[in-house]
Design a protein around this ligand. Structure first.
Ligand code: ADP
Ligand code: ADP
Length: 238
């Protein structure tokens, strides 16, 4: 059962708006990948190899220059900005390296933010945000601001925010990049538990010990997939 089906994705960035070949960056040069529901995928590769560009396309934040992308049976490569925003809100949770929490805002309000965009009323927003915080073990920290939380707790708040819309998949770009070893392990345990509950998890990481938690490893080089292998996860070895 396929969640993601991408074929021949090409992404060319044109710098300076000109048509001169010399100003083009070929970030993706024909990437095809199918990802089933419930998979746990780690994407690796050197800086500049195209990982973020692929994540932005899979997350419906950006469109490919050419190629097709079908998400949950829906062809998204020709959709406009509003339709893409709606797919992001309904189907996808995002987790970032720097957490991206609003600084002077409580954990529960940070978690509720995607529901504001989805047009959910305040009472239901609070209930759903609290339930999402409970899922990541932070129900008792609901009123704390990010500065009052540790880095690992902030990332768990960010994961609760990613979960609040009941997404089919979580896209995490270097989710442990700003965390120490012990805290990274906490975050990977949480992503693993969510994956065990059926959520598809796709993460970008530079760290082999982090990628080892996944069941499939995809390696990028120069805008192409050079390796795509299933693996038996190795967990708790960080
Ligand atoms: P990675 O995530 O593996 O570091 P990226 O997808 O960020 O790789 O980048 C791939 C290539 O595309 C790099 O050469 C990068 O500089 C370039 N690139 C990425 N985003 C943009 C952009 N918005 N405009 C121009 N070039 C970009
Ligand atoms: P990462 O650590 O994920 O590889 P990057 O430093 O490659 O991050 O990119 C950070 C952001 O800047 C991304 O959103 C990427 O699309 C954008 N970006 C990367 N390279 C360029 C570039 N040459 N011009 C404009 N934007 C870029």
């Amino acid at each position: 059962d396929r969640l993601i089906e991408a074929r021949d994705l090409v992404k060319t960035y044109r710098m300076g708006g000109g048509t001169d070949e010399a100003t083009e960056v070929h970030a993706l040069q024909g990437v095809s990948v199918a990802i089933g529901r419930g998979e746990f995928v780690a994407i690796m590769g050197a800086s500049g190899s195209g990982k973020s560009t692929l994540m932005n396309i899979l997350g419906c934040l950006d469109q490919p220059t050419s190629g097709s992308y079908t998400l949950a049976g829906e062809g998204v490569e020709r959709l406009g900005a509003d339709a893409l925003a709606s797919i992001r809100n309904r189907r996808i949770g995002f987790v970032f390296q720097q957490f991206n929490l609003l600084p002077r805002t409580s954990a529960v309000e940070n978690v509720a933010l995607p529901l504001v965009y989805a047009g959910v009323g305040p009472k239901e927003r609070e209930l759903r945000a609290l339930a999402s915080l409970a899922k990541v073990g932070l129900a008792e920290r609901a009123q704390h601001t990010p500065a009052e939380l540790s880095g690992g707790q902030q990332q768990r708040v960010a994961i609760a925010r990613a979960l609040v819309n009941d997404p089919q998949m979580i896209l995490a770009d270097e989710p442990t990049g700003a965390l120490d070893t012990h805290t990274s392990e906490e975050v990977m345990r949480l992503l693993t538990a969510l994956n065990d509950d059926g959520i598809t998890v796709i993460l970008v990481t530079h760290e082999h010990d982090v990628a080892a938690w996944a069941r499939r490893r995809i390696v990028f080089r120069d805008g192409r997939i050079v390796e795509d292998v299933r693996q038996e996860p190795v967990r708790g070895e960080l």
